[in-house]
Design a protein around this ligand. Structure first.
Ligand code: HEC
Ligand code: HEC
Ligand code: HEC
Length: 436
């Protein structure tokens, strides 16, 4: 997938106020500050085991997702994260001494990964150091021993391609002051070991909040923890136990199956979540997946606001039903029930009820290949409909799907589809409407 869909984490960081704050904060977040090296790496035979553990930490953290460019060498950087201000490229973190981090010490690595200070000064939050700050000393050290084994690849990356004044790294100190909590994860002794492990994985290496928590206007995490966030062209749904738009109706086993294979008895992943599953969660151990499921189910559910479903006699619903019957029935089945582990159900599927329909529009306009995992090597694909259906037909079929079979969600308008078509670089509609 070549679309740049990762949250760049910038927001509107560059307000004058932040610049000023940044200046004062520089004193506190001195880029030359040093951090104690807690643990020495192993040597001899124990080192091999440590490298293996570190490789697993890299999987949990999905370092490859951003540090490997499409078609590029592993970890050699150059993956482009688009922001409203310009591009940020990920760094080369192979052991090349000149263009990578081959000359680094563990302390320098720690400063970048857990404290957000890289070779050119403060890092942009596009690198999720605000989550990795929670990594334990042991995991950080294990990760370092693994990263050092990555073969050197010469690849010079110009990370910061932002225009002035956004390219001024010192302003990021102000952002850190407001939003960065530079603290290692501390287990809550009143919780079980499993619950603590789940929280650690979600908040630390898994950095789930970077997509699933909405951002405030400065690009920091809002207080609506894991209650859904919007990335460019995608909606990462509410994953609290909200019975309606969240995981309330999913069992722990459903969550584990989804994270391991990309599908379960109702859903199939697409877009950025498919990438996270393919690169990261499918490689997690059963007990780690269970810990995540246990933790997510233990969260307080977000407030469930269930709108009334739009009446089936509404014009959009009547037209939408016709479009569905001619274009979608064959796979999703007339009652929206789909085909287990292959074609997602559109009935009682929390993502369908999300207020923000962007993921659904993305899938319908551009199609989706479906997850490809060890547990699910033969996933089905969803065809693209951008060329085949008009904006109003797509709006109507979305409205119909979102208000049938027990679903209820705001209508999708023709102008929503028109702007999605543009923003998501979908193909133009090529013909006469089939249904009007
Ligand atoms: C969501 C994307 C993303 C993920 C995931 C990610 N990184 Fe990064 N990383 C970046 C970007 C972008 C930069 C460059 C940021 C900048 O220049 O301000 C970066 C910078 C770095 C740097 C600083 C290099 C330098 O020369 O200053 C290191 C080290 C690093 N990442 C290591 C890691 C490791 C290890 C992991 C996994 C634990 C990881 N990254 C996961 C996006 C990511
Ligand atoms: C790069 C962004 C990103 C990251 C990181 C991410 N997710 Fe997601 N996630 C998404 C998007 C987007 C969707 C919606 C996918 C779809 O509609 O098929 C999603 C869907 C899901 C779903 C299915 C919800 C539903 O109602 O269908 C679950 C469960 C989930 N994510 C859990 C997690 C967990 C746990 C983590 C951390 C280990 C995580 N995600 C990390 C973007 C992300
Ligand atoms: C050839 C079979 C096929 C047809 C025809 C089809 N779909 Fe799909 N659809 C799929 C598959 C497979 C997926 C899962 C894709 C993935 O996992 O990325 C999917 C996913 C979806 C999703 C995303 C569900 C979620 O949980 O994120 C929506 C919404 C959707 N389809 C709606 C439609 C609509 C509306 C039509 C008719 C205009 C349609 N589909 C026609 C096979 C099909």
């Amino acid at each position: 997938m070549s679309k740049k869909i990762r949250r760049a984490g910038l927001g509107i960081v560059y307000l004058a106020v932040l610049g000023a704050l940044g200046y004062t904060a520089l004193v506190q977040y001195d880029v030359h500050k040093s951090y104690p090296q807690a643990i020495q790496p192993e040597t001899g035979e124990a080192l091999q085991a440590q490298i293996k553990r570190g490789e697993y930490v890299a999987r949990l953290s999905d370092c490859t997702a951003c540090h490997t460019a499409h078609g590029g060498q592993p970890f050699a950087g150059g993956y482009k994260l688009e922001t409203p201000f310009g591009n940020i490229l990920s760094s080369n973190i192979t052991s090349d001494k000149e263009t990578g981090i081959g000359n680094w010490t563990q302390e320098q690595f720690d400063r970048a990964v857990r404290h957000g200070i890289g070779s050119h000064g403060h890092l942009y939050a596009a690198m999720p150091y605000n989550a990795y700050a929670k990594l334990t000393d042991q995991d950080l050290t294990d990760l370092w021993t693994y990263i050092r084994t990555i073969p050197a690849v010469k690849n010079k990356v110009l990370e910061n391609q932002l225009p002035f004044p956004f390219n001024q790294r010192w302003t990021l100190a102000g952002w850190n002051l407001m939003f960065f909590r530079d603290r290692v994860f501390e287990p809550d002794i009143s919780h079980s070991a499993q619950l603590n492990r789940g929280q650690y994985l979600v908040d630390g290496p898994g950095h789930c909040a970077s997509c699933h928590t909405a951002k405030n206007f400065l690009g920091g995490d809002s207080s609506a923890y894991l209650q859904g966030g919007t990335l460019e062209g995608w909606h990462a749904p509410d994953i609290t136990p909200n019975p309606y738009t969240g995981l309330g109706s999913w069992s722990k086993e459903d969550i584990v199956n989804y994270l391991r294979s990309g599908t379960n008895r109702m859903a199939a992943s697409s877009g950025p979540m498919t990438e996270a599953i393919e690169n990261s969660t499918q490689h997690m151990t059963q007990s780690d997946l269970e810990a995540i499921a246990h933790y997510l189910k233990s969260l307080p559910a977000s407030v469930a606001i269930r709108p009334a479903a739009i009446n089936s006699s509404d014009t959009a619903m009547v037209v939408g039903k016709k479009v569905f019957e001619s274009q979608c029935n064959a796979c999703h089945v007339s009652d929206g029930s789909g085909i287990r582990n292959m074609i997602p159900t559109l009935a009682k599927n929390p993502q369908i009820n999300a207020e923000d329909p962007s993921s659904l529009l993305n899938v319908v306009l551009n199609g989706s290949e479906g997850p490809f995992t060890h547990a699910n090597p033969t996933s089905a694909g969803m065809p693209d409909f951008a060329w085949k259906l008009s904006d109003s037909n797509i709006a109507d079929v979305m409205t119909y799907v979102r208000n049938s079979w027990g679903n209820a969600a705001p209508a999708v308008s023709t102008s929503d589809v028109a702007s999605a078509r543009k923003d998501m670089n979908a193909r133009p509609w090529l013909g006469e409407s089939n249904n009007k």
